[in-house]
Design a protein around this ligand. Structure first.
Ligand SMILES: Cc1ncc(COP(=O)(O)O)c(C=O)c1O
Length: 365
């Protein structure tokens, strides 16, 4: 009952009706995409800066990924979504990257207007919230990663949440060879869908046990890392002309890292070198890749040449590569920051602020 108990408590924490535990965030994304019946001929909009799994979940369903730029929140730019919508667009992925919730008011309004579904990918933001609502609970369906680098972990793991019984049933069947087991049947009643072809993404009981204990610590971990990030923000906001990462809801952000922007890559790299000299490592935005410039993405490489994602007319025409996301490349190249830790002491955060102030002045912003 460990996994079922974890699912029950996870749904309560995320304020959703249902939660499904799976083997990874990647598996969770595949469950979400398939729950929404996304397939050949459909298009899904995703940010140009995110993790491989967002792209692969769309392609593995046979649908076509369409990139939108990110803004200085490092998340999908709501003002770049609408022009990417076509009659074939079925969903948009709102990926809350590096602890920072997306601007959900704008994204949900666009989705409502065009009647497309919102998949919230909260892999990097477990425990974050937007205007008081946990990330994952606002779109049609949400996913989380519980892998080693995430807020809570069992080494590997993932979860899917939704308020919609049909989406929950389809995700559950997809994750377990098309079937419903007794535990989920009890939650759903007998279910309303026929059996269909599925995978095995079931979480094991050992991971469920670890995650139950981890989940009960989530709020403490979030409060600690958020407090540390806020101390650093307070110390750097007063710097003359400083451009901080945009935070659509500063009180709901996790505080995974504190990032500032520079004129260009050359100035950013000098800042990082100055930080190294202060013995405080700074790094570019991390944990994601600029997907359109990955070789396999640019060349639309799939396991089979007849893969339906790229054999449709739009699939053949669409061009990825650097020209698909110039603004995203600029932002990722000119921001740098310091990763936060829930266990940092007051002295650690003071040291970070001192180092940032010194390095910032040294590069002459
Ligand atoms: C945004 C995003 N989505 C999905 C995933 C996939 O999660 P997992 O590594 O658990 O498969 C990750 C992993 O880091 C991620 O960063």
């Amino acid at each position: 009952m460990k996994v079922l108990t974890f699912e029950k408590e996870f749904a309560q924490r995320m304020q959703t009706r249902y939660a499904l535990a799976v083997t990874s965030g990647t598996a969770a994304l595949q469950c979400a995409v398939n729950a929404l019946e996304i397939g050949p001929g459909d298009e899904v909009i995703l940010p140009a800066w995110t993790w491989h799994s967002c792209f692969s979940a769309i392609v593995l369903a046979g649908a076509l990924p369409v990139f939108a730029e990110v803004d200085t929140s490092f998340n999908i730019d709501p003002s770049d979504i609408e022009q990417r919508i076509t009659p074939r667009t079925k969903a948009v992925m709102a990926v809350h990257l590096q602890g920072n919730p997306c601007d959900m008011d704008q994204i949900l309004a666009i989705a409502r207007k065009h009647q497309i579904r919102v998949i919230e990918d909260c892999a990097q933001s477990v425990g974050a919230s937007y205007k008081g609502r946990p990330v994952g609970s606002m779109g049609a369906i949400g996913i989380y990663s519980l892998q080693l680098n995430k807020t809570i972990t069992a080494g590997e793991g993932g979860a899917v949440v939704t308020n919609d019984p049909t989406l929950f049933e389809r995700a559950t069947r997809f994750h377990d060879v098309g079937a419903l087991r007794a535990g989920h049947e009890k939650i759903l009643g007998s279910g309303s869908l026929e059996e269909f072809t599925g995978c095995n993404f079931r979480m094991n009981e050992f991971s469920g046990g670890v995650l139950l204990a981890q989940l009960r610590k989530l709020d403490r971990i979030v409060a600690d890392v958020r407090k540390n990030a806020q101390r650093v923000y307070e110390g750097v906001r007063a710097l003359p002309g400083v451009e901080c990462r945009q935070l659509p809801d500063p009180s709901g952000e996790l505080g995974t890292g504190v990032y500032i922007g520079f004129r260009d890559k050359e100035q950013r790299d000098r800042f990082m070198a100055a930080m190294t000299a202060e013995n405080v490592p700074a790094s570019p935005p991390s944990g994601s890749v600029i997907l359109p410039i990955q070789k396999y993405v640019e060349n639309k490489v799939t396991v089979h040449p007849a893969w339906p994602s790229f054999t449709s007319e739009h699939g053949r025409q669409i061009q990825y590569g650097a020209a698909a996301c110039p603004r995203t490349i600029d932002i990722v190249n000119r921001f740098a920051g310091v990763l936060m830790d829930p266990k940092f002491s007051r002295r650690d955060t003071d040291d970070i602020v001192i180092a940032i102030r010194k390095a910032y002045r040294r590069v002459g912003v």
